[in-house]
Ligand binder design. Sequence first.
Ligand code: CO
Ligand code: CO
Length: 304
Amino acid sequence: MGFETSDDAGVYRLSDDLALVQTVDFFTPVVDDPYLYGQIAAANALSDVYAMGGKPVTALNILAVPIDEMPEDVLLAILRGGASKAEEAGVAIVGGHTVDDAEPKYGMAVTGTIHPDHILRNKGALPGDRLVLTKPLGSGILTTAAKKDVIPPEQLQEAAMWMSTLNRAAAEAVLEVGVHACTDITGFGLLGHLLEMTQASGVGALLRFDSIPLMGGVLELAKEGVVPGGTKTNLKYLKPHLRVIPGLGEPELWVLADAQTSGGLLIALTPAKVDFLLQTLRQHGAQGWEIGEITAEHGLAITL
Ligand code: CO
Ligand code: CO
């Protein structure tokens, strides 16, 4: 598979019925708790395989830590967190590599398998398709707020729960129902990844702000200007592609462009299957919200 449509992972065909799905992701700590950080980094690294409809099989740890300064139990807690998510995913950690680095970083290179004819791509969305999102938005804003100490620690719990949730159950539901396009929401935010999907598909989209699920307190924090730098950069890049109705200001757009860690799946599917998908997501222990639709007109329109 080529690079032209910004798909979530690389796919390499081995035979007529077997292809490899490969991806790598690592980042600096998003939470203070090292075990939770490991869980989130692993869930995030596995997510791109799920977003392609693949089954993750093996993973390699990537760890960069200040070896002389970091207590060994902290280092081990990060790896244990990652291992717990790998186990939940049925993935074998077969090795890894550690380097000495002043700023900690952790993640995984993940290899999965997929049938070459059943790859979920971010192209393929058709005008009239409905858009479904499987996790609420706001993890970038909330982790930034926690780092700045402007929220009590317990307000990060909702984000921590979502960030450490595997996209496995959601991907299983998506494969069972059959959809036109799928990707996961990470650093470019909902708007950025939706723009990639629409551009790859040669279409546009309409989002209804009021139907988009947000984590608690996120809009209030955005209104106070508690927004990560990456989110502001996202919005600056996206602005020329947006048609926004009056009444939606910068804070609302920051929320929609918020850089997510281990965000949910964004799915485009035929309207007739929306209820079936939402029901199947629940059956698999996941959730889904219908947030808008695909349009023939290019660009992203946002209404209330
Ligand atoms: Co992705
Ligand atoms: Co990625």
